[in-house]
Ligand binder design. Structure first.
Ligand code: TRH
Length: 365
């Protein structure tokens, strides 16, 4: 998919954690090395085999080159394994633990399906479903052991300087905008440009730029551009390597995120955020969106919960954001406090890489 990085983003994060925190040898097969390079700048898309950050990265080509299956085989996000590879898995002794790493969802059925076995119809192999999730009944979320250390070392001022952002204005709100194309974008920007307090909007390079440029009356935008539009300053940022994306979230007062991985990182950051969920056929994503909001807003003061729901739904619908903004904006301080508490609660649910290692070592025969 052009400009979709979530699947490789999660796999890369998991692979790095398994290597650095658990001392495991990891071979990562990727079918789109060019996209992966955005997140892993030292990757060479022309190489079928290379080691980056301790991970043995291979090009997933068809047919898959002969490679002996490891002790654990993880197929992520509905990737189906080639038949010859499955046959090699069946011949291995002992047979590999076979994990089907699923998408994240806050829906209730997830806890019931997490860790379920599914025998292969023909071969003597059993795959186990492993679901990321928001509570201890699931696999949890990825979170690197050095997250807190990195955050403590983070300086918002140094971040601004490194990106050559304009000096902070009194009362300014800094917002990051990592989102899919959205018909509500002009409405949002127009509102911010008329806002009584300055808004500094940081937009990573990506698919939203053409719409943004059109709204600003420009033929195009690229990293480094800074456009002042009344109370709104738009700064286009370079797409940074994945390890540095957290810094953007820490630097801002409000983050617009999307997909799966940036959505998770926004929750760890504990800063108020707006989730643009990846749209699925027959609006299947709306149930996922609602399930998350219900979980996330449990215990939040009703008016603030309603304000968040109305703004998120407007943003995902692509209309009505101006009407929903004032109420949402006035609740951002409260939602910020809630975001920190939510992030602390998530930690108690366990960490995905550690849970996966334990599951493979202890629970699968
Ligand atoms: O790229 P996405 O839209 O990915 C989506 C979802 O994962 C969705 O579930 C999937 O099915 C679809 O792709 C095909 O959004 P996501 O998940 O947030 O991934 C973006 C990744 O990019 C994430 O790992 C963070 C990273 N990133 C950087 O490394 N540098 C940057 O500057 C930015 C803005 C993001």
């Amino acid at each position: 998919m052009v400009d979709n990085y979530g699947d490789v983003g999660v796999c890369w994060r998991l692979a790095r954690e398994l290597v650095t925190e658990h001392g495991i040898t990891v071979r990562l097969w990727i079918d789109d090395l060019a996209s992966a390079r955005r997140l892993i700048p030292s990757l060479d898309p022309a190489l079928v085999r290379q080691v980056v950050g301790g991970v043995d990265i291979r090009a997933w080509v068809s047919p898959l080159p002969d490679a002996a299956p490891g002790a654990v085989v993880i197929a992520a996000f509905a990737a189906s394994l080639p038949e010859p590879f499955l046959e090699a898995m069946a011949l291995r002794s002992p047979r590999p633990a076979w994990i089907n790493l699923e998408y994240l969802s806050a829906e209730d059925w997830v806890a019931g399906c997490h860790r379920l076995p599914s025998p292969h119809p023909r071969l003597p192999l059993v795959q186990h479903f492993f679901f990321p999730g928001l509570d201890a009944r699931t696999g949890g979320l990825l979170r690197e052991a050095d997250y807190d250390t990195r955050r403590q070392a983070f300086s918002r001022e140094a971040f601004r300087q490194a990106l050559e952002l304009p000096p902070e204005q009194p009362g300014e709100r800094m917002v990051s905008l990592f989102t899919y194309e959205n018909p509500a974008l002009p409405e949002l920007l127009e509102m911010w440009s008329k806002s009584p307090a300055p808004v500094c909007c940081l937009v990573p390079e990506g698919r939203v730029l053409p719409g943004l440029a059109a709204h600003l009356g420009l033929s195009g935008l690229r990293a480094g551009d800074k456009i002042l539009h009344e109370a709104l300053t738009v700064c286009v940022l370079p797409f940074v390597e994945q390890a540095r994306y957290d810094e953007l979230l820490w630097a801002c007062d409000l983050n617009f995120v999307r997909g799966e991985d940036s959505f998770v990182r926004a929750q760890w950051a504990g800063v108020p955020f707006v989730w643009h969920i990846y749209a699925q056929e027959e609006d299947a994503h709306l149930a996922k969106l609602q399930a998350f909001m219900t979980r996330y807003l449990d215990g939040v003061e009703p008016a603030a919960a309603l304000a968040l729901q109305e703004f998120w739904l407007a943003w995902n619908r692509g209309e009505g954001v101006a009407a929903a903004w004032p109420s949402f904006e006035s609740r951002l301080p409260l939602l910020g406090a809630h975001g920190s508490a939510w992030s602390a609660r998530l930690r108690e649910s366990g960490e995905l890489a550690a849970n996966l290692v334990r599951f493979c070592k202890v629970e699968i025969e």
